[in-house]
Design a protein around this ligand. Sequence first.
Ligand code: PHE
Length: 339
Amino acid sequence: MLDKIKTLQAEIEKVVASSVEEVDELRIKYISKKGSINQLFADFKYVPAEQKKEVGQAINILKNLALNKINLLKESFDVADSGDSGNDLTMPGEPIKLGTRHPLSLVKNEIIAIFARLGFTVSEGPEIEDDWHVFSALNFPPEHPARDMQDTFFIEKNPDVLLRTHTSSVQIRVMEHSEPPIRSIFPGRVFRNEAISARSHCIFHQIEGLYVDENVSFADLKQTLLQFAKELFGEGTKIRLRPSYFPFTEPSAEMDVSCTICGGKGCNVCKYTGWLEILGCGMVDPNVLEGCNIDSRKYTGFAFGMGIERITMLRYGIKDIRHFFENDVRFLKQFESAT
Ligand code: PHE
């Protein structure tokens, strides 16, 4: 009996079929009711008791082998069949509708491209921050109102875990981890505990810039920003710097550009002043450099920060900041198509 099983096994291992009909013939020959394997099961009662275990196992193995083999052969014809099913696999697929880029991404990418041409790289930092990177390292005194719960989202009960209120935190991270010369911009999302209105939102985006090297001067800052404004708003754009205050820059300034709507003549967008404020900037306070282990006698730097929503609103004449976050396709598809 064992010999018979062995012979059958060798036979089944070798079988081939050239059509579905031949596979069916094999099925009948080996595993149908009258097939040779069932015959073995029928003869099983004549096997002496002491051999029953061994023979039984051998028949079962043989049966599985035959089942697998026949299934495999069948499948190979199934696949081959679909080849003749009339489907032309070389036909082009259904076109997929392209979406459009979000207006904030378009403007962000444009700003990144302008600064890339001026030699600035791009870095990013975490949105969930600690007090050191958002406030202390940036020279905010302990009683500064920005540290107030009114302005900052603190998460959990630990006041050292908060959502960054500006991308200036990335300045600190970059200065802590690299040596001058540093010339980089930091785009990212920021969070402030503000009432949502047409002009302000609790989530918005900023791009921060930082340049630290030997002999970096205020003139470098001014020239960099002028070049940026001309590239973003057009060659005829003028800028003006007004003195301002930020804890981490000294001196500090706010930059206005000549109104992108009226060109400086005065209109309701610039409230008849001819100017639009677009960013804050200044020379990095020596205290901030020292806090990041950068020698402030050897190195100086400038920094600037701007809101992407504000610039995008000016760029496209958008009147309400909430449009950016509502995901209304009718609004979103008005901008340049994705490339
Ligand atoms: N972080 C400031 C803000 O959010 C902007 C700024 C950045 C000012 C860098 C000066 C230098 O308003």
